[in-house]
Design a protein around this ligand. Structure first.
Ligand SMILES: NC(=O)c1ccc[n+]([C@@H]2O[C@H](COP(=O)([O-])OP(=O)(O)OC[C@H]3O[C@@H](n4cnc5c(N)ncnc54)[C@H](O)[C@@H]3O)[C@@H](O)[C@H]2O)c1
Length: 269
């Protein structure tokens, strides 16, 4: 029998959260929702300008947030972001590993450098950020939530994305490995696999597919993207943020090692 109300289960007041890549796109939407639920949010982004802008918007709406320049490739930066969260907001309860890059490169032309950059940012960075945050959560002895942003490309490859797809496939397995090992510390680790979501990153990527196909962006979307999405629309960043809020809240307290696909039905077709 539930003893707490729905609003209490969603209430993140008094909790400290870190969101990597929280300055724009999906990370910004997640930061905004976590702050709306009461968490103090550290926005750890390699682009300090967008991080500051997001903090301004969150604080203007009455939320608590702080910007920090952090590159997920640097364990030192991860330590600083985690320490800032603990000192500014009292504890580290939630980590959202959202930062990732998704440049295009064909299998035949992939350079070792391009492969390493994507794997290191999207997978190695996520692992070590999780390690640093988990060490802090263990030292604070209250458990926590780690939410990894994967992709439907973890299970469904896209042309030009062999490095990205490998990194996201790795994110699903690292999610399970972290969940298994951190369960005794009451640190719950789950992933979200978004489908096609309008973000600044996607807006940069899509035009690269237009020229070789001889299509405008509108035609590319109408011919190749919309027909693949049963719900008939591209997702918004907030579609992912709402699911992230569920994973950060008390509504997912008996769930770990799982991946929630949020793709408007893309993988069904
Ligand atoms: N947009 C989509 O269609 C889509 C689909 C599936 C999965 N995803 C995943 O969602 C997440 C967010 O994607 P998005 O589309 O919002 O991206 P985006 O490019 O719009 O925003 C990414 C943010 O991460 C930051 N960032 C990049 N490299 C960083 C680094 N090394 N260290 C710290 N911050 C860094 C950027 O400055 C930016 O603010 C990623 O994990 C991506 O793989 C996106």
């Amino acid at each position: 029998m539930a003893t707490d109300s729905i609003s209490q289960v969603f209430d993140l007041s008094g909790k400290g959260a870190v969101v990597t890549g929280g300055g724009s796109g999906i990370g910004k939407a997640i930061s905004t929702r976590l702050a709306e639920a009461g968490a103090g949010v550290v926005i750890a982004d390699i682009n300090e300008e967008v991080a500051r802008e997001t903090v301004k918007e969150i604080t203007a709406a009455g939320g608590k947030a702080q910007a920090i320049r952090a590159d997920v490739l640097s364990t030192e930066d991860a330590k600083q972001a985690v320490e800032s969260t603990a000192s500014s907001f009292g504890s580290v309860d939630i980590l959202v590993n959202n930062a990732a890059i998704y440049p295009a490169a064909s299998v035949l032309e992939m350079s070792e450098e391009a492969w390493d950059k994507v794997l290191n940012t999207n997978l190695k960075g996520l692992f070590f950020f999780s390690q640093v945050a988990a060490q802090q959560m263990v030292s604070e002895d209250h458990g926590g939530k780690i939410i990894n942003i994967a992709s439907i490309e973890a299970v469904h490859p896209t042309i030009g994305h062999s490095h990205y797809d490998a990194s996201k496939g790795g994110v699903l397995m690292v999610t399970k490995a972290l969940a298994l090992e951190l369960a005794p510390h009451k640190i719950l680790v789950n992933a979200i696999a978004p489908g096609v979501i309008w973000t600044p990153g996607l807006e940069t990527l899509l035009p690269l597919f237009c020229e070789p196909a001889g299509l405008t962006l509108e035609l590319l979307m109408e011919m190749t993207v919309y027909p693949r999405i049963p719900l008939g629309r591209v997702g918004e960043s907030d579609d992912i943020a709402k699911v992230a809020l569920f994973l950060a809240s008390g509504f997912s307290d008996y769930m770990t090692g799982e991946t929630l696909v949020v793709d408007g039905g893309y993988l069904l077709s």
